[in-house]
Design a protein around this ligand. Sequence first.
Ligand SMILES: Nc1nc2c(ncn2[C@@H]2O[C@H](COP(=O)(O)OP(=O)(O)OP(=O)(O)O)[C@@H](O)[C@H]2O)c(=O)[nH]1
Ligand SMILES: [Mg+2]
Length: 232
Amino acid sequence: MRKPDGKIVLLGDMNVGKTSLLQRYMERRFPDTVSTVGGAFYLKQWRSFNISIWDTAGREQFHGLGSMYCRGAAAVILTYDVNHPQSLLELEDRFLGLTETANNDCLFAIVGNKVDLAMDRAMEIREKREASGKLGSCVSSKVPRQVQLEDAMALYKKILKHKMLDEREMPAAEQMCFETSAKTGYNVDLLFETLFDLVVPMIARQRAEEPSQIVDITSCKTPKRTKSGCCT
Ligand SMILES: Nc1nc2c(ncn2[C@@H]2O[C@H](COP(=O)(O)OP(=O)(O)OP(=O)(O)O)[C@@H](O)[C@H]2O)c(=O)[nH]1
Ligand SMILES: [Mg+2]
């Protein structure tokens, strides 16, 4: 197996849908999942590069492993559930600290998953009207949205400040904050492929800066032989 050229890590509280997002993207399906133990990765070939995408466990008992998985990461996907505000708060309180081991120029994406369960604003207004008897009743299985995309964008800006990254040199919050549904597939390809497209030039740049491993043998002098037959 070829060594991965770059690494992307999914972090976030248990049950937010990290495993489901990765499986939706890699396997194009939404299977039943069990809570992740430790971590696991998929390899994705993007252009001529091999990118490993790491799924981690959100459960508190595996928290200590998080910074190990983030070591050398080119991008981190901080995942929350749009229906659970606490899962967004946890990203800042519990998971951001794990990213200290990532690359200095590590990119951050913030992803609100399970949008399929949340009502959009128009639906919310309609439901309220129905509840107050102004319209015919139609019961929805969806719940009012708990976390707005603006909350995630505010966190993104806070992270850049915390990491002392120049906002003008980093991708904009609008580009790096996503709302997804692993269940329907909504925005899942967009999330991963936006990151691949951003990470690949970084990997290529790093490769170019690395000292060349190729030795130019034509520039090596042929050793002179002495009378005794030894080389000088
Ligand atoms: N409706 C809905 N359910 C989802 C979505 N994504 C995940 N789920 C469900 O949420 C539950 C948890 O999903 P996982 O992908 O296992 O969550 P996780 O973040 O990997 O959890 P840990 O491995 O414990 O950290 C499962 O029952 C999934 O089927 C989604 O987009 N919409
Ligand atoms: Mg999981």
